[in-house]
Design a protein around this ligand. Structure first.
Ligand SMILES: N[C@@H](CCC(=O)N[C@@H](CS)C(=O)NCC(=O)O)C(=O)O
Length: 230
């Protein structure tokens, strides 16, 4: 089995949570055409016509895109240990939290992802402020549904923790550091409490460390590029 992914992207992180928690052996590779790669994405489009990460490739060559779909496949194919609560309401909340991440939290950060790739003179304060406001709204949706017992739902590690963790690294560390904006978790006590508690789980701690390192490497690479341009 092979997982095409990048460590800085939040979507493959939820798939890695399942691989680590279930002890599934998979080769982890960065697809051609991403980040530092000088190759074209064309070769990767033959594996995943959507052209995004992650993609899971089975040993027989069948390829599956879309993080949520991959997680559901892995959960069905490797049921133990389960990363899906047995209680149906908790299971629905797990899916709701993942959906809030995909539909609202990530979408709010998109303008900031775009600005981060441009020089600072293009960082219009109004654009940054609007994105930060929209992000605060999206994080408040997580605040409304996240668990208060150390995990996102059901008092145990689930797919929802893999969805939320990388978003919180971006929202409460990367954005405040880069754009000089306040940490949004200061106004969200329940989400902040969740964030402190869940990082004591060794698998979440590993995912968070991988995400932080990948973001730091990306920032160092863009600083080096910017200094070569000036
Ligand atoms: N809905 C997709 C979203 C995946 C996605 O947008 N991945 C981004 C990275 S965060 C990507 O591959 N973007 C294309 C690129 O960077 O060229 C999923 O859940 O897998």
């Amino acid at each position: 089995m092979k997982l095409y992914q990048t460590y800085a992207s939040p979507f493959p992180t939820r798939v890695r949570l399942l691989l680590y928690a279930k002890g599934i052996e998979a080769e982890i590779v960065e697809p051609p055409g991403f980040h530092a790669s000088t190759e074209s994405k064309g070769e990767y489009l033959r594996i995943n016509p959507i052209g995004r990460v992650p993609t899971l490739v089975l040993d027989d060559g069948r390829a599956l895109p879309e993080s949520e779909v991959i997680c559901e496949y892995l959960e069905d194919a490797y049921p133990e240990p389960s990363l899906r609560p047995t209680d149906l309401w908790a299971r629905a909340r797990m899916r709701l939290l993942s959906r809030i991440c995909d539909f609202y939290v990530v979408m709010a950060m998109v303008p900031l992802f775009s600005l981060s790739g441009r020089s600072r003179r293009h960082w219009e304060p109004a654009v940054v402020a609007a994105a930060v406001d929209r992000l605060a709204d999206a994080l408040a949706y997580l605040e409304a549904y996240v668990g208060e017992d150390g995990y996102a739902v059901g008092g145990a590690l689930s797919q929802a923790d893999g969805a939320i963790a990388p978003q919180l690294v971006l929202a409460s560390e990367w954005i405040p550091d880069l754009f000089g904006t306040p940490d949004p978790l200061l106004r969200l006590p329940r989400l902040a409490g969740y964030w402190r508690a869940v990082q004591t789980d060794p698998i979440v701690a590993r995912l968070v460390a991988e995400t932080r390192q990948a973001i730091a490497e990306q920032q160092a690479a863009s600083r080096a590029l910017a200094s070569r341009r000036t």
